[in-house]
Design a binder for this molecule. Structure first.
Ligand code: PMP
Length: 402
C-alpha cells in the first residue's frame, strides 16, 4: 500500500523553484544560457581564494574545522562591518551583524522570526522568485506593489497603506533588482523609509547586486538613507552576500539591523544549521582583509558592462520592433517584454530546441503574470556567445510565429 504521509499543508502540493527546474536544460550540449544568475567560471578569483583558504587552514586549523559561534566568526563579522562602512561612506557601522549561509538563509530566518500564516508581506511586482517561494511556504499573504523602471512605486504603496493594507514586512531589492534590473532613486528610498516608520513596517533591503554598477550615478543604500530618516534605522534590516561579488559556492551572506531582531534570528539559525561553515568564513575574511575583493571587483564590473552592451546591441539588431527592453546600469539582468504578443513560456520550448534559454517572466509574479515578459541574464555568456544566443533566439521566435 502506498504510504500517506501527513505533510505540513504548505508542502502538500509543493511547487519547486521555476528557475532551479530549468537547470536541467543548462546541461544540454552547446546550450547558451541567459537564464542563470551564475557568473562565468572565468570570473572566479580561484587562485586568491585557494590562497586564502589554505592560509587560514594552516594558521588556525581548529577554528576552521571546529563548530563556530552562530553569529559568525569574529574575523568575518569585523570584515563585514568594515565593508558596510565602506558602502555607506563611513556613515553606518553595523554594530549587529549575523553571518548567514547565503543571504537566502537570512531571508528565511527573518520569515521564521517575523511571519506567521496569513501575515501580510509587501513585495515588488515582479519580485525575486525564491522570496516568493519562501513567502508561499510560510503561508504569508503577499501584497504586490507595482514597480516601474525606477523600481518599487512608493506612491502606489502609500495608496495601498492609506486604503488599509497593513504589511508587517516589506521585502525590496532597491539596487539592480532581480528581475527588472531597476534601481530606486533617492526620493523613493526616503519615501519608503518614511512609510516604514509611519506604518511600523519592517523593511528588508536585499542587496546582492549593489556593487555591480557599470553606468549611472550610485545611489545610497536604504541602510544609509535610514540613518537620515527619524526612526528609520529601527525599521530596516540590511541583507547582502558575497555570492555575486566573490562566489556563490562560498555560501556567505549576512544581515545587519536592530539588535532585538538579530537576537531572534540567531536563535532561529541555531536550529537551522548551528553555524555557517567556519572554514569558508575564515577564508572569506582573509580574502576581504587582504584587499582581494577590491582588486578583483573591477574585472567583474568591466566584464558585465561589456556583456550587457553586447546583449543590448544584439537585441536591438534582431528585435528592435518586437522586444521592449530595459537598459540596466548594473547587476546581471535585462528585463524584456514582447510587443507582438509572443508568450515567453511557449517561446522557451522552441528556444531550448535552438540551444538558447532564458527565464520566462511568469516566474517572478506572486499573482497574475504578464505572459509576454522574460528575463535575460548577461552574466554567464561571453560577448560572442551572447551574439550567437540572440541569433538563436531570433530563429526560435521566427519558427514560433510561423
Ligand atoms: N536575493 C536576490 C535578489 C538574489 O537574486 C539572490 C540569488 N539569486 C539571493 C538573494 C540569494 O543569494 P545567496 O547566494 O547569497 O543566498
Amino acid at each position: 500500500m502506498k504510504p500517506v504521509y501527513r505533510f505540513n499543508p504548505a508542502f502538500q502540493t509543493p511547487q519547486g523553484s521555476p528557475i532551479r527546474e530549468l537547470f536541467k536544460y543548462t546541461q544540454q550540449q552547446g546550450m547558451i544560457s541567459f537564464a542563470g544568475v551564475y557568473s562565468s567560471p572565468a570570473l572566479f578569483d580561484a587562485e586568491a581564494l585557494a590562497h586564502s583558504g589554505a592560509a587560514v587552514l594552516q594558521e588556525s586549523p581548529t577554528a576552521c574545522l571546529q563548530y563556530g559561534a552562530t553569529e559568525g566568526v569574529p574575523a568575518l563579522t569585523e570584515a563585514l562591518r568594515a565593508l558596510t562602512r565602506e558602502r555607506t561612506g563611513g556613515k553606518v557601522t553595523a554594530e549587529n551583524v549575523l553571518v548567514t549561509t547565503g543571504s537566502q538563509q537570512a531571508f528565511e530566518l527573518l520569515l521564521r522570526v517575523l511571519v506567521g500564516p496569513g501575515d501580510c508581506v509587501a513585495i515588488e511586482r515582479p519580485a525575486y522568485p525564491a522570496a516568493i517561494q519562501a513567502l508561499r511556504l510560510a503561508n504569508a499573504d503577499m501584497l504586490e506593489v507595482p514597480s516601474d523602471d525606477d523600481g518599487m512605486d512608493t506612491e502606489a504603496l502609500e495608496k495601498m497603506l492609506l486604503a488599509g493594507a497593513r504589511p508587517k514586512l516589506l521585502y525590496v531589492v532597491p539596487t539592480f533588482a532581480n528581475p527588472t534590473g531597476a534601481t530606486l532613486p533617492l526620493e523613493r528610498r526616503r519615501h519608503l523609509l518614511e512609510l516604514a516608520v509611519r506604518y511600523q513596517m519592517l523593511v528588508i533591503e536585499d542587496d546582492p547586486y549593489g556593487e555591480l554598477r557599470f553606468a549611472g550615478t550610485p545611489q545610497p543604500l536604504l541602510l544609509e538613507v535610514a540613518a537620515d530618516v527619524p526612526g528609520g534605522d529601527d525599521w530596516l534590516v540590511y541583507l547582502s552576500s558575497l555570492s555575486k561579488i566573490v562566489a556563490p559556492g562560498l555560501r556567505i551572506g549576512w544581515m545587519s539591523g536592530p539588535a532585538e531582531i538579530l537576537r531572534r534570528a540567531v536563535i532561529a539559525k541555531q536550529t537551522g544549521d548551528l553555524c555557517t561553515a567556519p572554514w569558508m568564513q575564515l577564508a572569506a575574511a582573509r580574502y576581504l582583509r587582504d584587499g582581494c575583493l577590491a582588486k578583483h571587483l573591477p574585472t567583474i564590473i568591466a566584464t558585465y558592462k561589456e556583456r550587457c552592451e553586447a546583449m543590448l546591441e544584439a537585441l536591438q539588431q534582431y528585435f528592435a520592433d518586437t522586444l521592449e527592453v530595459t537598459v540596466p546600469q548594473g547587476g546581471m539582468f535585462v528585463w524584456a517584454r514582447w510587443r507582438d504578443g509572443t508568450e515567453a513560456n511557449a517561446l522557451l520550448q522552441q528556444a531550448v530546441l535552438e540551444n538558447v534559454m532564458y527565464v520566462p517572466g511568469s516566474a517572478f509574479y506572486a499573482g497574475a503574470a504578464d505572459p509576454a515578459r522574460l528575463r535575460l541574464s548577461f552574466a554567464t555568456a561571453a560577448p560572442d556567445e551572447i551574439r550567437i544566443g540572440v541569433t538563436r533566439l531570433h530563429a526560435a521566435h521566427g519558427k514560433l510565429k510561423r
